[in-house]
Design a protein around this ligand. Structure first.
Ligand SMILES: Cc1cc2nc3c(=O)[nH]c(=O)nc-3n(C[C@H](O)[C@H](O)[C@H](O)COP(=O)(O)O)c2cc1C
Length: 366
């Protein structure tokens, strides 16, 4: 076939960034290859937003005198994977594109997601671990009262196998406040610091949930609408002292936060009596793992969420996780910390209804 009949299109996984010297760099986020490019080439790729032949492109792009020249450039770009090439009467599949019926890219990933995944797979950047590690403890100097929490040692626990068998996501709660001793036992069993890993200067702590490198970047905030013995408001959990620090009273702003981060997303008829707003103090993880920190933070969040759902079940609390993340975070009590914290998810907490209001599950067929 005459090569001029091939159709060429920009590889949708290729993003543009600016290199050290300021010149354009093309990044193939799927294969994680980078190419420095002349500005004229960026102009050519700009035109390749839909499949077209070298002759068609020659008519739109003024960077070459002859269509033959454009064809040669396109062939070189196709060999490098920067553009995809397909036959005009072909089955729509482009050479080297990994393209399927799902469309460009083929598997539903955006180039940004591919880039984060590729970067995470390469491990930390060489200059990670420079300077002083950020402290494992997050202070809220503006906080009001500190409320010492009960340990929960005297709150009964059940065999793990039973807790695993009973764990469910629950989206309706009894119209009763959550007892503070249950909140105390819950935080004791899920988030409390038990000690340090040496050397102390590394700020690595040991807690109930595992965390990449013991960095434990996650901070727990309690949105207490109805917790018996606690003034309604937002609280920070200090996992070192096992105390709650009051950040603000319950306001319309907190009610709206609860509504958009939990109630709406879990399709609840009414807001839960209590909720957790989980935030990562990202610097703790990125100090050691810059380059793959975000992936570790997400995985730490999963570990903490699972620990929390099991502990809630064990304690007889109803709970539902919510994975939606606010970017940027809007929690009014975290306004001074918006450049240090990211929201990573939420959890609704309350007492269960009787019988437990959980969606029905059909047993597996034989
Ligand atoms: C990371 C994560 C995010 C979730 N986000 C939501 C959510 O936004 N809304 C919701 O109603 N449930 C959410 N859930 C709960 C799931 O819907 C629930 O786990 C799933 O339906 C299975 O039900 P089960 O937990 O009772 O086994 C989330 C769960 C996880 C682990």
């Amino acid at each position: 076939m005459d090569g001029h009949q091939y159709l060429y299109r920009r590889n949708p996984d290729v993003l543009l960034e600016w290199g050290e010297g300021g010149g354009p760099v093309l990044v193939d986020c799927r294969r994680w290859r980078k190419f420095s490019a002349k500005p004229a080439l960026v102009g050519l790729l700009h035109q390749l937003d839909r499949p077209q032949t070298a002759d068609e492109l020659h008519g739109r792009w003024g960077g070459a005198d002859h269509a033959d020249e454009v064809h040669k450039i396109l062939e070189r770009l196709a060999a490098a994977g920067i553009v995809h090439r397909s036959a005009p009467d072909g089955d729509g599949r482009a050479d080297g594109g990994g393209e399927t019926e799902n469309g460009p890219g083929g598997d539903g990933w955006t180039p940004y997601e591919l880039a984060v995944h590729a970067q995470a797979g390469r491990g930390p950047v060489p200059h990670a671990r420079r300077g002083t590690p950020p402290p494992a403890r997050f202070h809220h100097p503006e906080a009001g009262d500190a409320i010492a929490l009960p340990d929960g040692d005297d709150v009964p626990s059940r065999p793990l196998a039973r807790v695993l068998a009973e764990r469910r996501s629950v989206r309706a709660f009894a119209p009763a406040p959550v007892p503070l001793p249950l909140i105390g036992a819950f935080l004791d069993r899920t988030a409390r610091v038990r000690g340090h890993f040496p050397p102390r200067a590394y700020e690595q702590t040991q807690r109930p949930a595992p965390s990449g490198g013991g960095r434990h970047s996650l901070e727990v905030y309690l949105l207490a609408r109805e917790v018996a013995g606690l003034a309604p408001g937002a609280y920070h959990y200090d996992p070192f002292q096992h105390t709650l620090h009051r950040l603000c009273p319950w306001t319309d702003g907190l009610a709206a936060l609860q509504q958009r981060t939990v109630t709406d997303l879990a399709l609840m008829d009414s807001p839960p009596p209590a909720g957790l707003y989980l935030a990562s103090c990202t610097g703790r993880t990125s100090w050691k793992y810059e380059g793959m920190a975000l992936s570790l933070i997400y995985r730490d969040t999963g570990c903490l969420m699972q620990t929390m759902s099991l502990a809630a079940t064990d304690l007889g609390l109803a709970s539902c996780l919510v994975g939606m993340m606010e970017t940027p975070l809007t929690a009014p009590f975290l306004a001074p910390y918006r450049d240090r914290l990211i929201h990573v998810g939420s959890m609704a907490l309350g007492l269960p209804t009787d019988p437990l209001a959980a969606p029905a599950v059909e047993p597996l067929g034989g």
